[in-house]
Design a protein around this ligand. Structure first.
Ligand SMILES: Nc1ncnc2c1ncn2[C@@H]1O[C@H](COP(=O)(O)OP(=O)(O)OP(=O)(O)O)[C@@H](O)[C@H]1O
Ligand SMILES: N[C@@H](CCO)C(=O)O
Length: 293
């Protein structure tokens, strides 16, 4: 038996659509696997009632297939589905790390990234790896067709999750098909600023670099209260605010001394829009961790 804690993640970080990702120190899924002749999946925890246990429909089913590793699998969800916090990816990442260990497949963490990404294709139609990469590797990750690079970074964060669901599949429908040269130049500048900020663990640069003129404005329209939440976060000292993943969670970078106030401001703004929300005071954290074997 192998048990793995796989962290929630935030993809895109504004300017890095489908490329940037960050592991969050909390929340997390816990995935336990045991060898079995046939694969079965049991899901408990947050939002378990919305998650299929059929291996054809659960993200971990694709990981089992790819690793040829049938197992009795228990997923204890700490990351709510359809959250923008890489819920579907956390389970796939945890299963990839756990099954690799259980069956002694000997794959490196980097090699497990495309395998776990197969699970994302099951739910969103695209095997995007920007959530599974940080959930497996930890830190700040840059994923391209050439693979994933990661660095550790110490950046305090708030992720504020409203009590509404937005599916990644729906949120991908509003992504513009084209961008102007002006928008491209702005986005490259912001993304580069953010990457330097991560390498220096500098919340000011990371926040500045989160700005995105192309995808985020379209996605923000799907989140009731977004403009107020953003404004209140900045008022409380946030250095940058954007949609987390496909939403509806909103992520803010800040200094540690401001994190509590940023969280309170964001919660208050959602409440003002009539929406219950939960705020996680978190930071960039480590990747999937083996708890027991
Ligand atoms: N193991 C799993 N954990 C969570 N959701 C799953 C899992 N397997 C299948 N799903 C399905 O995936 C969908 C949630 O995935 P989706 O990508 O929309 O949200 P998310 O992972 O929270 O968001 P994001 O990728 O934007 O961070 C739900 O329909 C859920 O039923
Ligand atoms: N890059 C993906 C991540 C989803 O979490 C998207 O924004 O659609």
């Amino acid at each position: 038996m192998v048990t793995v804690r796989a962290p929630a993640t935030s993809a895109n970080l504004g300017s890095g659509f489908d490329v940037f990702g960050a592991a969050l120190s909390r929340p997390a899924d816990v995935v336990t696997v045991e060898k079995a002749a046939e694969t079965t999946i049991e899901v408990t925890g947050v939002g378990a009632q919305y998650i299929p246990e059929d291996p054809e429909k659960n993200t971990v089913g694709a990981v089992v297939e790819a690793l040829d590793a049938p197992a009795r699998i228990h997923i204890d969800k700490g990351v709510r589905p359809a959250s923008g916090l890489g819920s579907s990816a956390a389970s796939a990442a945890g299963a990839a790390v756990a099954l690799n260990r259980l069956y002694d497949r000997g794959l490196s963490r980097e090699e497990l990234v495309p395998i776990a990404a197969e699970g994302e294709a099951v739910v969103s139609g695209v095997a995007h790896a920007d959530n599974v990469a940080p959930s497996i590797l930890g830190g700040f990750t840059v994923t391209t067709a050439e693979g994933t690079r990661s660095v550790d970074a110490a950046i305090p964060l708030v992720v504020c999750l409203p009590d509404v669901a937005v599916s990644t599949r729906d949120a991908r429908r509003v992504v513009p098909e084209t961008a102007s040269m002006e928008e491209l130049v702005e986005t490259v500048g912001n993304a580069a600023t953010l990457a330097i900020g991560m390498c220096r663990s500098d919340p000011d640069l990371v926040g500045l670099g989160m700005s995105d003129p192309v995808v985020t404005p379209e996605r923000a329209r799907l989140i009731t209260g977004y403009d107020d939440v953003r404004e209140r976060a900045f008022d409380a000292g946030a250095t940058g605010v954007t949609v987390s993943g496909a939403g509806p969670a909103v992520i803010a970078a800040c200094r540690e001394r401001d994190r509590r106030e940023v969280a309170a401001g964001m919660l208050d703004a959602f409440a003002g829009a009539g929406i219950e929300a939960r705020a996680y005071q978190t930071q960039i954290g480590r990747g999937s961790t083996v708890l027991e074997e």
